[in-house]
Write a protein that binds this ligand. Sequence first.
Ligand code: PGA
Length: 222
Amino acid sequence: MRIRRNTYQKVCHQIASTIKKLVNDSEFSVLGLATGSTPIGIYEQLRKMDVDFKKTLTYNLDEYVGLDKSHPQSYKYFMNEHLFKHKEFHSNNFPDEKLCPYYDSMIDNSDGIDIQILGIGTNGHIAFNEPGTPRDSVTRIVDLTENTIKDNSRFFNSIDEVPTQARTMGIETIMKSKEIYLVAQGKHKKEILEKAMYGDITPEIPASFLQEHQNLKVYYSD
Ligand code: PGA
């Protein structure tokens, strides 16, 4: 497994260009999208690119339980601000209360995710698949760990406002993606990224399951 090292700007440009090529070259395309600090630069690049998403369907990885789409920290709000209000898509899906039970079959019926963007948590989570998540997990409601609540509290006024549950794609859902781009940005992610990519494959580090994916590209920037 090779970890590609480059500046954050270059990593984002490379991934955005790959997405642009997929979308422009395909009759219909399906993207798996992530929120958080990591993918912001990718969306910034995509906003500037000449790319028509009208025949592109998106599935976001996760969404908090209990935050309405008008809440600035909801992932629907985030995606709207960073991408969806700037570019018109065929449709944008989230594992919210309504779609969560059908999410995996919806993705299968769309012929799977062509490109999935992923970040990694400092505890090794991918999406909200926290340590201990089994390989065969699918989209479902989960409790967030204290570590994740603490990490994400930087976006809220206080830690008490951070939701304690979320709905998330499972490991199995993510592993079915045809191509995965895992991005870790910042020195605080270096150690967990290396453990996940070079250490044992274990539910204790959910990102380690990605070692078994046939079409995974991994990027690190300081
Ligand atoms: P971040 O989160 O991009 O905000 O660092 C990544 C994650 O927790 O999956």
